[in-house]
Design a protein around this ligand. Sequence first.
Ligand code: EPZ
Length: 421
Amino acid sequence: MEKLLVHGGSRLKGTVTISGSKNSSLPIMAATLLTREKCVIRKVPDLSDTNYMVRILATLGADVERASGNVITSAENVSHQAPYDLVRKMRASVCVLGPLVGRLRQALVSLPGGCVIGDRPIDLHLRGLEALGARVEVKGGDVSVHAAEGLRGAEVNMRGKHGSTVLGTGNIMMAAVLAKGQTIIEGAAVEPEVSDLAAFLNAMGAKVQGAGTRTIVIEGVDELGGAEHVVIPDRIEAGTFLVAGALAGDDVTLENVCSSHMGELINFLRQSGHPVNELPGDRLHISSGQDVRGNDLVTGPYPEFATDMQAQVCALCATTPGISVVTETVFPQRFMHVPELNRMGANIRMEDSTAIIRGVERLSAAPVMASDLRASAALVVAGLAAEGTTEVNRLYHIDRGYENIDDKLHRIGARVERVSQ
Ligand code: EPZ
C-alpha cells in the first residue's frame, strides 16, 4: 500500500496541465459497445477507474488498447454479461447496462455496492430501462435486463429525491439511441459530462438533441458507426488544483480547463477573496487572496456547486478566517474528510449534512486516512499549507481519479513524496 508524504509550507508557483475528464471518459468508453466499428477516444486520463473500464470492455469481448492518452476500441462481438469481480470495484461500471441492452437486448451486471460517500442506488436507471420496454430482475446481487423484442422509445424521468442522476441519464441515453421510435428524457442531468457523451453518440450517428438541458429527445436509429472524440477537461481535477492555489498559491496557472464548467466554484473563490482570472487559451490563474473571509455554500446538481468539490473546499475553509457553512445535498453523508481535517487541527462541527467551519490560523500535520476519492484530495490539499509533514494513507483512493497527482504537484513546487508502506 502506498502513502503520500506532503511537506507543508511550500508556496505553489507554475503551470499544471489538467487531464481529460474521468466522469466523461467512463460513460463514453461504455458507449463504444454500441457499435462493431472502431472508436478512438482521446485524452482519456490514465487512472485506475478508466483502467477498470478498459478491462471490463475487454472482458466483455471488445478489442481495447491504450496508446498515449487514447483508448481505441472495436467491439465486434461482445457478451452481455459484465464480470462481477471488476464491476463490483467501480460504481460507474453500471453504465455498461444501457449500451449492452441497447445493442444485445440483454445485460447481466452486478449491483454496484454502496460506498463511503453514501448509498448508491440505481433505481432510476432500472425504472428508465423498464419504461423503454425492458424486463428488469434483481437477484443474487445481479441486475438482469431483457428486451427480447428490442427497446421502444418512451418518456422517462431521471429525477430523484437528490436531483437528477448523471450516470442514469447517460445509461438511458445509451439505451435509447438504438430503440425503436422517440425517447424523451425529462429531468435529465445537465452536467457537462452528459453533453460530452451526447456529442460522442451523435458522432457515432445517433440522433440526440437537448443534452445539457432538462429535456433530451432521442430518435432511435438502426445502427451506429465508429467515431473519434476528444474528452472534455476534468472540471473536478481543475477545481482541486484551483483550491490548492487558493490555499498555498503565489502564482498558479491551470491549462486545458473549461472555466464555463466551473462557474460556481470560481464564484465561491472570488467571493471569499481569492483572485481567480480567466486567461485566453483555456487557462485559469489563481493566487491566495490577501483579504479572505469565510463563505457559505450548498452543493447541488449542476450547475449548482459540485458535490465532488465539497471536501476540497472544506479543506480551504478550515484556515479561512471567520465562519464557513458547507451544506451537502447530493450525498448527505459525504463528510469522511471532516474527522481527518479535525485531526489536523481544524475546527469543524457537523449538524446533519452541514459542516460549520471556524477558520483556524494553520493546520498541523498528522497521519490521516484517505476514504474516498475527493476526501483524499482534500487531505492532500490541506497538507500543502499545514505545519509539518502530513501522511495521507491509502493512496489508491486518489489514484482512482487523479492522473499523476504527485508529478503535477511537483511541477508547481509542492514537496510531496509517494512512499510504499
Ligand atoms: C456521478 O455519479 C459522478 N460519477 C460522481 O462523481 C458525482 O458525485 C455524481 O455524479 C453527482 O454529481 C461519475 O460520473 C462516474 P448520481 P452518479 O446518479 O451518476 C441518487 C467522483 O468523485 N440516485 O448523479 O453515480 C444518488 O444516491 C464521483 O468522481 C438515486 O437515488 O451519481 C445521489 O444522491 C463520486 N437513484 C444522487 O441521486 C439512482 O438510480 C445523484 O447521484 C441514481 C442516483
